[in-house]
Ligand binder design. Structure first.
Ligand SMILES: [Mn+2]
Length: 389
């Protein structure tokens, strides 16, 4: 049992969770963005906040950027700044949804000039990756239609494939495309990449440097996300996660808050099928908005929620599970899984943190650090970061 416990601890120490730069900025609902004191005004200040999350959790060394929200003149300098803070720049997220030109879509737009603009932006994102050392280009397209007959479904797929191929060509040897899907919104009739199957088919055609990213909030209610995860891992096509949780639509709430059991089931498939092995290159990213809650503690809480689900998944007795499955013992197989889920892993994680020289309680340590008060005092004037370019 000690051997198992040591292996679980080692895996938890090795896991990294990437936090999103936009999670530190102001965000909101369709109705109102609530500004909070101390919110970063620049990408540099976002890195300062991300560094705090890493300081107290020890497992969040990477930060995803979003272009143009994180546009700077010198990306190499931003990467150097990250490094000074013990961080690395992670996935570059493109934006082909906030320009007037994209009313009818971006890479699937019927007008070649608009598609050109979108593809040029995506290629510019790869230039930025070259400067920052980022390996992942995360693509989410708002493309779709609102009305039957508005555009040709197959024609849009053809344009998507052509656009993606041009971006794929631009990738360096160590770079990859992570193609995200979302079943609806902002388009309400058809979405051009609505589900994992569409993303998978395009990635398969593109080649080994294209993989699917699973945003946990981008599914219809009742979708079995862990099945998708297991399938993609088996095919070597799971690039990573955008973690968040949802009650209704794409709610972008803290991962593990709405349905911790679902997160455990997902992490069970990940741990069981090699997805925690760094060689698998599965990226554990957060994609969340903290609209009414304090942002930095919410990111810390989210990182801890992923760790807790991972710890429980690692505690599943796979030998007993396999034996029960082989014997067709339905109840025992289910009980083995539930035993792990019902384990309180918080003491184990406190131990892990102490062994890493970290504080056992990151939320309390952050609250006591004075950082929140300091940024509220220091970050006055200027424009707080948000969804605007
Ligand atoms: Mn996402």
């Amino acid at each position: 049992m000690t051997v198992v416990r040591d292996a679980v601890k080692a895996a938890l120490k090795a896991q990294t969770i990437e936090t999103p730069s936009w999670g530190y900025g102001n965000s909101g609902t369709r109705f109102k963005v609530f500004a909070q004191p101390g919110v970063p005004r620049t990408p540099w200040e976002k890195l300062d906040d991300a560094a705090k999350v890493h300081e107290f959790t020890g497992v969040a060394p990477k930060v995803s950027l979003h272009i143009p929200w994180d546009r700077v003149d010198d990306y190499a300098a931003l990467a150097a700044c990250a490094k000074e803070r013990g961080l690395e720049l992670g996935a570059i997220n493109s934006n082909t949804f906030q320009d007037d030109a994209y009313r009818l879509g971006s890479v699937c737009h019927p007008d070649a000039k608009v598609r050109r603009k979108a593809v040029d932006h995506l290629r510019e994102c790869v230039d930025i990756m070259d400067a920052t050392g980022s390996t992942d280009l995360k693509l989410w397209f708002a493309d779709g239609t609102n009305y039957p007959g508005q555009d040709d479904i197959v024609g849009r797929q053809d344009r998507l494939a052509e656009s993606l191929a041009e971006v794929y060509e631009r990738l360096g040897d160590d770079q990859r495309i992570l193609l995200e899907y979302k079943f609806f919104e902002p388009a309400f009739y058809t979405t051009d990449v609505p589900d994992w199957g569409t993303s998978y088919a395009h990635c398969l055609r593109l080649g080994p440097k294209a993989q699917v990213v699973v945003d946990t909030g981008h599914h219809a209610p009742g979708t079995n996300i862990e099945f998708i995860v297991a399938f993609l891992l088996r095919e070597g096509k799971l690039g990573g996660f955008d973690f968040n949780s949802r009650f209704y639509a794409d709610d972008d709430l803290m991962v593990g808050s709405a349905d911790p059991f679902q997160l455990f089931r997902i992490m069970h498939e990940v741990t069981k099928n090699g997805g925690l092995d760094p060689a698998s290159k599965v990226a554990f990213m957060l994609d969340q908005c903290h609209n009414i809650e304090a942002k930095i503690p919410a990111v810390i809480r989210s990182v801890m929620n992923v760790q807790e689900a991972t710890a429980k998944a690692l505690l599943v007795d796979l030998d007993a599970l396999t034996a029960a499955q082989r014997d067709g013992d339905v109840l025992t197989a289910n009980a083995v899984l539930m035993d792990a889920y019902d384990t309180d892993v918080r003491p184990l994680l406190r131990e892990v943190r102490e062994e890493q020289g970290l504080t056992p309680d990151p939320v309390a340590a952050y609250a006591a650090s004075g950082w929140q008060e300091r940024i509220a005092t220091d970050r006055v004037g200027g424009e707080q970061a948000g969804w605007g370019a």
